[in-house]
Ligand binder design. Structure first.
Ligand code: FAD
Length: 524
């Protein structure tokens, strides 16, 4: 049996190695190219200490061997906490995801009428369950996800719990989603303290999307017309800057109806109950960002909850800044300044943003300037600038940052800056975050360099999580996709372990048992 397993493993490994060798020359050169171009972009504009992060220059050493963050040469140290079985499964899934025609065919099958046949549906679903789902999803419920958290925790990582929810349309679906989010927060009590870094919340799951659109319209109109009053508005922080997009609201919106006001009140209550449960469980909440048509309402509710729940020395509610937006830096600095005046610590998660094509399409259809930066380098600069600005801020005061990115240059720059400020894992001021099953080399590299690193853990039943899986499939497809560095390093490590195993086997033929047993850990 062991022999059969070994043969299967070596077959899989040989076929993976063949595929990667053909891809690795392209992958490596692309990796260096990307590295170089975005590093140039980052150093030309660099992190800024001004409220306009994109505009300033500072010098930072980014490629000094003495203080560099990542060591990708030593794959043994990098993947030390990953079992060979898990590594083999991850490498196989990521390599399969990279085969473009296969992913396209799978997506076609998933959307086809073939799925209406029970037997076919069940076969497809169980194939997905044991491949992509196992790789990208932390579990079906809080119990399974808790086990994933424990495994991550053992390997020096933490989890950000993200119950897989799509947009809610009415109060009933919002209530149901709120219950799930409360259960999620409660489940953290049964896990080791600090093993869960955040509970992720989507305001679109606790407030109907049509209402978020209405509230966003009204907030925009109020910003542009100071005499326009919003009787329902509660204490919050600045949501707009002068360069924020206002084209969504071309005419004065009608006031909220009594029913809409009631629904908004319900949404506030739902968010409050989630924050309170998280507060009781001692786990902060991070609120995701969506597209600009509804983001003002999300920011309004996020900052309202921050004012209510953040403690004098600790942010309990984190908002999200999308650095691909032209107004991101200005908006963040205005919000931060207003919070400082109130003595309120703020927490921000920084992402680049996930709605680039729909945002650009909408702006183009209206004949207005796109809210998205004109070039990817501008987006990189803005991301690095915002990160630097907040790192400087939290190094001298309370507040926190989540750097949610798979971009190595951004992670390296921020890690160097954090090190300069003495911000490490213990400080609780900075958490790097990446999606479960992605950017593993970066994750382990940052962990090995002493930083707090979390994996974003989407969880839920297979059918419910399918839209998320389809997005991951799109993102990882193609030899040059974002998983290319992971694929390359995982295979390098698998080859190393296989060689060590074979070497050990032949060595063991001539050694007494006790010595051989002591060497087994070498191939982990
Ligand atoms: C833990 C985690 C949480 C997340 N939460 C959110 C969230 O709440 N809201 C949300 O919107 N997204 C979220 N995302 C997704 C995120 O916004 C990005 O889409 C994704 O992570 C890729 O970004 P990156 O930093 O790895 O950038 P890279 O892979 O280096 O760059 C790709 C990104 O750059 C931007 N970009 C690409 N081309 C251009 C261009 N020509 N001009 C301007 N910009 C360009 C796009 O945003 C694109 O996604 C999250 C991601 C992670 C890892």
């Amino acid at each position: 049996m062991a022999m059969v397993n070994k043969n299967i493993s070596s077959k899989i490994l040989r076929s993976l190695v063949r595929r990667t060798n053909s891809a690795s020359t392209i992958t490596t050169s692309r990796y260096h190219q990307t590295n170089k171009s975005s590093l140039n972009a980052a150093t030309s504009n660099e992190f800024s200490t001004s409220p306009h992060p994109v505009a300033n220059n500072t010098n930072i050493v980014t490629n000094n061997d003495n203080d560099d963050i990542f060591n990708f040469e030593d794959t043994k140290a990098l993947f030390a906490s990953v079992s060979t079985g898990k590594l083999l499964h991850s490498a196989a899934t990521l390599n399969a995801s990279a085969i473009e025609p296969m992913v396209d065919l799978s997506i076609w099958v998933m959307n086809s009428r073939l799925m209406e046949f029970r037997l076919f549906h069940d076969v497809v679903m169980s194939t997905i369950k044991y491949t992509a789902y196992d790789h990208f999803v932390a579990g079906g419920d809080t119990v399974e996800t808790g086990k994933t958290v424990l495994k991550l925790y053992d390997s020096g990582l933490r989890g950000m719990l993200d119950y897989g929810l799509e947009h809610a349309t009415d109060n009933d679906s919002c209530d149901e989603a709120t219950n799930q989010l409360i259960k999620t927060a409660e489940s953290t009590r049964f896990l080791p303290p600090t093993s869960v870094s955040f509970v992720a919340v989507k305001v679109t799951a606790v407030c109907p999307v049509y209402l978020l659109r209405r509230v966003s319209d009204l907030l925009r109109w109020e910003y542009k017309n100071s005499s326009f009053k919003l009787p329902w508005k509660q204490q919050t922080l600045p949501i707009f800057s002068e360069n924020s997009p206002f084209y969504h609201t071309l005419q004065q919106p009608s006031p909220l109806t009594a029913e809409e006001e009631q629904d908004l009140e319900l949404a506030h209550k739902r968010l409050m109950s989630i924050c309170e449960k998280s507060f009781e469980s001692n786990v902060p909440v991070v609120i995701d960002a969506e597209d600009t048509s509804i983001q003002p309402a999300i920011d309004y509710m996020t900052y309202w909850a921050s004012v209510k729940y953040n403690e004098p020395q600790r942010a309990i509610v984190y908002g999200t800044i999308q650095a691909y937006l032209k107004d991101a830096g200005d908006r963040m600095a205005l919000t931060k300044k207003a919070a400082d005046k109130m003595g309120l610590p703020l927490g921000f998660k920084f992402v680049r943003g996930a709605y680039m094509s729909s945002e650009r399409k909408l702006a183009q259809s209206l004949g207005v300037e796109s809210p998205i930066h004109d070039t990817i380098d501008d987006a990189h600069n803005c991301y690095n600038g915002c990160a630097r600005y907040m790192l400087d801020q939290v190094s001298n005061g309370p507040g926190g940052i989540i750097l949610a990115t798979h971009n190595l240059d951004s992670a390296r720059l921020a890690a160097l800056k954090a090190r300069e400020h003495g911000i490490d894992k213990e400080s609780g001021k900075l958490e790097f975050a990446s999606l479960y099953g992605m950017a593993e080399a970066m994750t382990f590299g940052l962990r090995n360099s002493g930083f707090g690193v979390s994996k974003y853990l989407p969880f839920g039943p297979v059918e419910q999580i399918m839209p998320y899986l389809l997005r991951r499939a799109e993102e990882n497809k193609g030899l040059l996709s974002s998983s290319s560095l992971d694929r390359k390093l995982m295979l390098k490590e698998l080859k190393r372990r296989m060689k060590a195993y074979i070497g050990l086997k032949s060595e063991n033929q001539f050694k007494p048992n006790s010595i051989a047993n002591n060497r087994v850990t070498d191939i982990r």
